[in-house]
Structures are given as structure tokens and as C-alpha cells.
Design a binder for this molecule. Structure first.
Ligand SMILES: Nc1nc2c(c(=O)[nH]1)N[C@H]1C(S)=C(S)[C@@H](COP(=O)(O)O)O[C@H]1N2
Ligand SMILES: [Mo]
Length: 196
């Protein structure tokens, strides 16, 4: 059985150095998979922003968009053209006031995973919260009911089971970043590990 394919010439420039195309969509989770229903799901904004809690319905009432995005896991597999549906970060940000002193964001999740991202990387047009994967409700193992997707960084920044954002005045490290992963994680620059 073959689990990886060599990228064809047509997509070669979309596959970052050291990456292979995965067959299917692998699951990569540290620890147990949280089981969270949309009824109990809550999302909290904290830190240097207007502190606020959102329900599932609040997210459904925001503008809904379709996305096609490439996905790059630092363990060397990539999956191109993943299809999602959800809420653009730029649309979500219209719901809150962020303090101009905020320069970093900590992503918080059910199950206590965290990952950090600069505000600049976070507010990009192509980033989104996803609740639908290939026209099906996002399965729990892929982060359902809701996850973040940040296509331009390695996928450990795309927090599954996301339940909050904490706005910060300086960089703090998340779970993998404390354990040796690069603090930014740009795949075309191969920002895999930190040199600390
Ligand atoms: N909460 C949480 N989010 C997470 C992870 C995790 O372990 N917990 N793993 C990250 C990593 S390393 C990758 S590659 C992607 C994998 O997403 P997938 O399982 O949907 O392929 O989720 C990221 N988000
Ligand atoms: Mo990963």
C-alpha cells in the first residue's frame, strides 16, 4: 500500500520543501479527542480585547463562506485543496474590539491544547473558523465542531476544538512551541523547529 504520492508538475510549486502529498486526510492529535456538542460549545475572547463569550448560534449568524485551502503538517505530509465552510477571521473580528496594544494571539481549545500566532499572521484574509469539511459536519477527530484554519502556516497552528482567543501584548509560546516547534512555522521557509 502506498500512503504518499509524488506531487505532479502542475502542483509542485504548492508543495513546500520536504513535504509529500498524503492520500486521504490523516488525523494528527496529541492526546484524546474531545467530544463537544454544538449545544454546549462556547467560544471566549479574553486578554487585550473586549472580553466576550459566543454561542454556536452566534457563529451561525455570522457570514458563512466557502474555502479551498492547502494543509501542511510539519511531520511532512500535505493535503492540497481541502474544502471547508465556516467564518472568515476578518468577519469574526467585526464582532469584537481588539486593543491596539495586542500583537499576539493565543489559540485555546477544548482539551487544553494551545498554539500562538502573531496578530499579523492571524488577521489574514484567508484564515477562517471551519465547521464543515467536504460538505459534511466537521468530524470530531478533525476538530469538530469548530476548528481554526491558517493555510499559510504549518497545521499545528490550525487549532482543533477551538474555544477561545486570548489577545496578548507580547509573544507567549503554545504547547508545541514550548516543546521545540518553531514559534511561527512557515512551511515554504521550513520553519519546523526552534533553535532554542
Ligand atoms: N487542539 C488540537 N489542535 C490541533 C492538534 C492537536 O493535537 N490538538 N494537532 C495539530 C497538528 S500537529 C496538525 S497537523 C493538525 C492536524 O489536523 P487533522 O487531524 O485534522 O489532520 O491539527 C493541529 N491542531
Ligand atoms: Mo502536524
Amino acid at each position: 500500500m502506498k500512503f504518499f504520492e509524488k506531487p505532479g508538475a502542475d502542483v509542485a510549486d504548492r508543495v513546500p520543501p520536504g513535504q509529500h502529498l498524503a492520500k486521504g486526510f490523516p488525523v494528527l492529535t496529541y492526546g484524546d479527542t474531545p467530544q463537544v456538542s454544538t449545544d454546549e460549545w462556547q467560544f471566549t475572547v479574553s486578554g487585550l480585547a473586549q472580553n466576550k463569550t459566543f454561542s454556536w448560534q452566534d457563529f451561525m449568524d455570522m457570514p458563512q463562506s466557502e474555502f479551498t485551502a492547502d494543509f501542511h503538517c510539519v511531520t511532512t505530509w500535505s493535503k492540497l485543496d481541502v474544502q471547508w465552510r465556516g467564518v472568515k477571521i476578518t468577519d469574526f473580528l467585526k464582532e469584537i474590539d481588539v486593543d491596539p496594544q495586542a500583537v499576539y494571539v493565543m489559540e485555546h481549545c477544548y482539551g487544553d491544547y494551545t498554539t500562538n500566532i502573531s496578530l499579523e499572521d492571524f488577521v489574514r484574509e484567508e484564515n477562517f473558523f471551519a465547521h464543515t469539511l467536504f460538505d459534511e459536519p466537521l468530524p470530531a477527530e478533525h476538530g469538530g465542531p469548530m476548528r481554526l484554519i491558517v493555510p499559510h502556516l504549518y497545521a499545528w497552528k490550525s487549532a482543533k476544538w477551538i474555544n477561545g482567543l486570548e489577545f496578548l501584548k507580547e509573544m507567549e509560546l503554545g504547547f508545541w512551541e514550548r516543546n521545540g516547534y518553531h514559534q511561527r512555522g512557515e512551511p515554504f521557509a521550513e520553519e519546523r523547529y526552534s533553535m532554542r
